[in-house]
Design a protein around this ligand. Structure first.
Ligand SMILES: C[S@@+](CC[C@H](N)C(=O)[O-])C[C@H]1O[C@@H](n2cnc3c(N)ncnc32)[C@H](O)[C@@H]1O
Length: 279
C-alpha cells in the first residue's frame, strides 16, 4: 500500500475522530460515568461470551477509541492491555481514564494502525478489535500483516464488527442503494456523530467497504487459522436509523428484522511454529 496516497484521508479522519471523541465522552451512548463504577464493563454480551476467560492474557486492542473496551478487558483480568488509536484526543482521554480508575496495567499508543510496528514492541496473547474498525482502512493486506506481526504463536485474533451487508443500505436504512463490492473511497460529510449530544460537529470522513471474503482472505494469507466466524441478525448498539429493539435488547432494522445479517464476529489463531512446540 502506498500510504502517501492516503495521507490526507487519514489526517481528515483523525480530525473527525478528535471531534467525535469530545462528543462521545459525555454521551448516554457510551455512558462513561456509569461504566466507571466498580465492575463496569463496556463489552457487549457477544464479545463477553465469545472471548470467555481472558484472565492472565496480554491484550492488544486495535482502534481502541478512548479506551473503554480496553480498560474493561483490564477489569476482566487481562495481565496487561495495550490500546492503539489514530486520534490523539481519544488516546489522551484513555490515559486519563486509566489514571482516574487506577488501572495501572494499561498502555495507550497514538498512531495509525498501519504504523504500529514503528511505535510498539512485543507480541500479545490476544489481539482485539471491534465495531467500526476496517471501514476506516483502505487496504486490509497490511492491516492483517500487523495482526500477524503482533500475535504470539498460539495466540488469538478476535474481531466483532458490523456486517458489510448493512453498508449496502441507504442512510435511512430503508432500501438497497450501494453495491456489496465497492472498492472506491466513500466520502461522507457529517454534522453529528452516532451518539446523542453531537449536533455541533462538522467534519468530512473517508471510508472503505470490505467484503467478508476480502477480510477472511487477508487474515488467512498471514497464516492465521479460522476458529469461528459468526453472523448475527442484530446490532448490540443502537447506532443506525430505523431500528427497533427486540426482547433480547438488541437492535434490528425495521422491516428487515431477522432478514439481513447486521454483525459478525470471528476468532483466528496463529499456529505454533515447530520450534515453539515442546517435545
Ligand atoms: C468506532 S471506533 C471503534 C472503537 C469502539 N467500537 C468504540 O466505539 O469504542 C473507531 C476508531 O478507529 C480509529 N481509527 C480510524 N482510523 C484509524 C487508523 N487508520 N489507525 C488507527 N485507528 C484508527 C478512530 O480514531 C476511532 O477511535
Amino acid at each position: 500500500m502506498n500510504k502517501s496516497l492516503y495521507a490526507s484521508y487519514f489526517e481528515a479522519n483523525k480530525a473527525g475522530w478528535n471531534q467525535r471523541t469530545s462528543a462521545h465522552i459525555g454521551s448516554a451512548f457510551y455512558n462513561v460515568e456509569n461504566w466507571k463504577q466498580p465492575g463496569g464493563n463496556s463489552l457487549t454480551p457477544v464479545e463477553k461470551r465469545e472471548l470467555g476467560d481472558i484472565s492472565g492474557k496480554s491484550v492488544l486492542h486495535l482502534q481502541c477509541h478512548f479506551g473503554q473496551d480496553t480498560l474493561s478487558m483490564a477489569r476482566m483480568g487481562a495481565a496487561a492491555v495495550t490500546g492503539c488509536d489514530l486520534s490523539d484526543h481519544a488516546i489522551e482521554t484513555a490515559r486519563n481514564l486509566a489514571a482516574e480508575l487506577g488501572i495501572s496495567n494499561a498502555t495507550f499508543v497514538c498512531c495509525n494502525v498501519y504504523d504500529l510496528a514503528e511505535h510498539l514492541e512485543g507480541q500479545f496473547d490476544l489481539i482485539f478489535t471491534s465495531y467500526g474498525t476496517i471501514g476506516w482502512l483502505p487496504d486490509l493486506a497490511p492491516w492483517a500483516a500487523v495482526i500477524g506481526h503482533f500475535l504470539k504463536p498460539g495466540g488469538q485474533f478476535y474481531m466483532a464488527d458490523f456486517h458489510p451487508v448493512l453498508w449496502m443500505l441507504d442512510d435511512n436504512m430503508t432500501h438497497l442503494k450501494y453495491p456489496y463490492h465497492n472498492a472506491d473511497v466513500i466520502v461522507t460529510e457529517h454534522s453529528s456523530s452516532y451518539t446523542d449530544q453531537s449536533d455541533h460537529l462538522q467534519f468530512t470522513e473517508y471510508g472503505w467497504n470490505h467484503s467478508v471474503s476480502e477480510l477472511l482472505n487477508s487474515l488467512l494469507k498471514n497464516g492465521l487459522k479460522l476458529d469461528f466466524f459468526n453472523e448475527y441478525p442484530f446490532s448490540p448498539y443502537n447506532c443506525f436509523a430505523n431500528t427497533v429493539q427486540g426482547d433480547d435488547g438488541f437492535y434490528r432494522i425495521k422491516g428487515l428484522e431477522n432478514i439481513i445479517p447486521m454483525m459478525y464476529s470471528l476468532q483466528m489463531t496463529k499456529p505454533l511454529q515447530p520450534s515453539d512446540k515442546r517435545p
